[in-house]
Design a protein around this ligand. Structure first.
Ligand code: UD1
Length: 358
């Protein structure tokens, strides 16, 4: 089988690492980087650390409005797919790169495989929600991380080609957690195990809104331990635009740093008192590592983490963030709702079935 895999944004590099490894054992893979994320700290460092094969093609799309960014990628991907003639196209998650890859492939009648299918926040103002709904509805093989995701697809009438394979991000955490020197990372950041919060923020709804940004920063200031804030480039630009970067530089509570690498993230998260984030993937990573999470959104795709008591949804209300961080609970219950850490192998097997039968 010849598969064109398309990645482009930070979370996709992490998901691709275990899948590339499993896929290449038996099949030919052509790896395409859309160039949606292009900074060293948002892209190259992940390829190096996670040992992901170098992309065969980089489309260099860069930033832009959603329509332009997605459209440009589609145009380039169409040409590439006509040339490569793959048996399937594999896309990950919910970014504009996922949407462009899914649409370019299905319009050429190439089967689409969607890793992380069936996730919903039920908030259509989120660009990611539109991307995942559309891609799920044009995919031939839908690889779900959880049973909840498969049930969601069934409610939308999508039942064919749906398989629950577990979460490939768990594969990545398991693989790398063993190889990380957390002690060294903590020393480098001047932190103590269990004595700090890790924070990230990049959703458009939070990052682009100066009032929400300011409320989150005020809440961080009021927490009972230092906050290591790994600032996404989108958020860094907005902090500067709204004149909030000075407050951050002067803060004694918040340590703002550029985006951290994957192994640094896993090391820091594993040792943190709690995570404060609006990221989707990191809510799960906190669960994998048994670290409580305070989610700076009103809803989540990862409902299991909330139902099991490991994650609290607080939005961006200053007091609610402070209260949630002051009332963290580490639960006993920690079921394997995201699979057994072998999702990538299961994903490849699931792709092989329909595409190699007949
Ligand atoms: C994208 C995804 C989101 C994912 C996130 C992970 C979409 C719609 N959103 O959001 O689902 O969770 O990536 O990080 O696809 N920028 C840089 N350097 C980079 C990359 C981006 O400076 O390497 C800047 C861009 O110039 C732009 C901003 O960050 O101003 C946003 O980048 P974009 O890729 O559009 O979306 P993200 O917010 O990163």
């Amino acid at each position: 089988m010849r598969v064109v895999s398309i990645v482009g944004a930070r979370p996709q590099f992490i998901k691709a690492a275990p899948v590339c490894r499993a896929l290449r054992k038996r099949h030919e893979e052509v790896l395409v980087h859309s160039g949606q994320h292009y900074d060293y700290g948002m892209s190259d460092v992940f390829f190096e650390e996670l040992d992901i094969p170098a992309p065969d093609f980089n489309l260099g799309v860069g930033s832009g409005g959603h329509g332009r960014q997605t459209g440009e990628m589609m145009g380039m991907l169409e040409e590439l797919l006509l040339e490569q003639r793959p048996d399937a196209v594999l896309v990950y998650g919910d970014t504009n790169t996922t949407l462009a890859g899914g649409l370019a492939a299905v319009k050429l009648d190439v089967p689409v495989v969607h890793v992380e299918a069936g996730l919903r926040s039920f908030d259509r103002s989120m660009p990611e929600e539109i991307n995942r709904v559309v891609v799920d509805h044009v995919s031939s093989v839908l690889l779900c991380p959880t049973r909840v995701a498969a049930d969601t697809l069934a409610r939308e009438g999508v039942v064919e080609g749906v398989e629950v394979v577990g979460d490939v991000m768990l594969d990545a955490v398991r693989f790398f957690a063993e190889r990380i020197d957390a002690e060294e990372v903590l020393t480098r950041f001047g932190l103590e195990s269990g004595g700090f919060y890790l924070a990230t923020l990049h959703r458009a709804a939070n990052s682009d809104d100066p009032e929400r940004l300011a409320a989150v920063l005020r809440a961080f200031e009021r927490l009972d331990a230092p906050v290591l804030f790994a600032v996404h480039p989108r958020t860094a630009k907005n902090l500067e635009r709204h004149g909030l970067d000075g407050d951050l530089d002067a803060s004694e509570r918040v340590i703002a740093v550029p985006p951290v690498s994957y192994t640094e993230t896993v090391a820091l998260l594993g040792e943190a008192k709690a995570l404060l984030t609006d990221s989707g993937g990191m809510q799960k990573e906190a669960y994998f590592l048994r670290v409580p999470c305070v989610t700076l959104r009103e809803e989540t795709e990862w409902v299991e983490t909330v139902e099991l008591g490991w994650n609290r949804l607080v939005g961006t209300d200053e007091q609610a963030i402070v209260d949630a961080a002051g009332d963290l609970a580490v639960r006993d219950a920690h079921p394997d709702v995201y699979g057994d850490g072998h999702a990538a192998e299961a994903a490849v097997a699931a792709v092989e079935r329909p595409l190699t039968d007949g």
